[in-house]
Design a protein around this ligand. Structure first.
Ligand code: HEM
Length: 303
């Protein structure tokens, strides 16, 4: 899609310094290898630390920043305190999209933080936790240009290719998105990634996801174009050159309701007022080898 290519090209042009991807550069630096198993280990360290905060003895002793953890109820971003992302993962809200309906799902049902601290996704392979976290390894692996995603023990991404669909009932705001992206960035830095290398990654993540009503983009680049906007609260910026319609603006400012039986007081109002018929159906995206063009390459080359 033209729009995709132009947007992505502009991002790439901002900082591209070498043909080597972020992931390949740092898997070589840390493990002296771009093998799938090593790249999966790198993504496991980065994603798990972003989720639960710094835990690994592989972190760099003189890292200027370390992550506090996405799975917290009191994160801080840009002067905003008490950012609570945990409530979207622990089943306390009707914030998960399943077949176009807002439902409650516990994503910490595979042992929570304990297996994450052991460099695993979950204690089992059937849990929501395992599904989500393995998808995050592959998705971020693709975004970061890991040349071995889809081979040598690093599975290709098999989740939804519309992050808008996935997140549309969460009504996330810009501080929540900013905190999430900050934690991913701090995690990478804690393993020795330079601030200079991570800055364009953060910017690219912001451009792709931290807005509402975006035009369809192919992410990973092998996927069909789909809306990727994850920030859907009324205060979120509208993506450049785009307009809000019923099919790209989530619940239109309605916060997810508390799940029945949950003690959460964070939900407010009715859920499920989004009007698109699309679902968060899992799409086998076949990302293998797809890092040669489009969004994935953009992020990959500029990092
Ligand atoms: C840069 C922004 C973000 C990106 C790229 C991103 C990416 C993803 C991906 C790839 C998945 C897996 C989708 C699948 O399995 O089909 C996912 C699921 C999820 N994300 Fe995000 N995410 C972002 C921001 C956030 C934020 C700010 C939250 C708030 C807490 C969040 C909460 C969740 C939850 C709860 C799920 C599970 C949803 C489900 O399985 O239906 N994400 N995200």
């Amino acid at each position: 899609m033209k729009f995709t290519a132009i947007t992505v090209g502009a991002l790439a042009g901002a900082a591209a310094v070498s043909a080597e991807s972020f992931c390949d550069k740092y898997s070589t630096a840390l493990f002296n290898s771009t093998d799938g198993a090593q790249q999966l280990t790198l993504l496991t360290l980065v994603v798990n630390s972003a989720l639960i905060g710094n835990y690994s003895n592989a972190t760099s002793a003189n890292a200027p920043v370390k992550p506090t953890g996405i799975l917290t109820a009191n994160g801080t971003f840009n002067g905003v305190n008490n950012i609570n992302l945990l409530k979207y993962f622990d089943g306390s809200l009707l914030s998960t999209n399943r077949n176009g309906k807002a439902v409650s799902l516990n994503f910490l049902d595979g042992g929570g933080a304990t297996p994450l601290k052991q460099n695993k996704a979950a204690n089992d392979t059937k849990s929501n936790q395992h599904m989500l976290i393995t998808h995050l390894y592959s998705y971020f692996g693709s975004l970061l240009g890991c040349s071995s995603v889809g081979k040598n023990g690093f599975p290709a991404y098999a989740g939804s290719t519309s992050q808008y669909d996935v997140h549309r009932f969460m009504n996330l705001n810009s501080a929540e998105l900013g905190y999430f992206i900050q934690e991913v960035a701090y995690s990478a830095v804690s393993f020795g990634v330079s601030m200079e290398d991570i800055a364009p990654v953060g910017q690219a993540l912001g451009t792709f996801f931290n807005n509402k009503c975006g035009a369809p983009l192919a992410v990973p680049s092998s996927a069909s174009p789909a809306v990727q906007s994850v920030c859907l609260d009324p205060t979120c910026p509208v993506a450049g050159n785009s307009t809000c319609t019923a099919s790209n603006s989530g619940t239109n400012g309605t916060d997810p309701a508390a799940a029945p039986g949950s003690s959460s007081s964070s939900g407010s109002g009715a859920s499920g007022s989004g009007t698109t018929a699309s679902s968060a159906g899992k799409v086998a995206s076949g990302v293998a080898g797809a890092l040669i063009a489009g969004a994935a390459l953009a992020i990959a080359t500029l990092i």
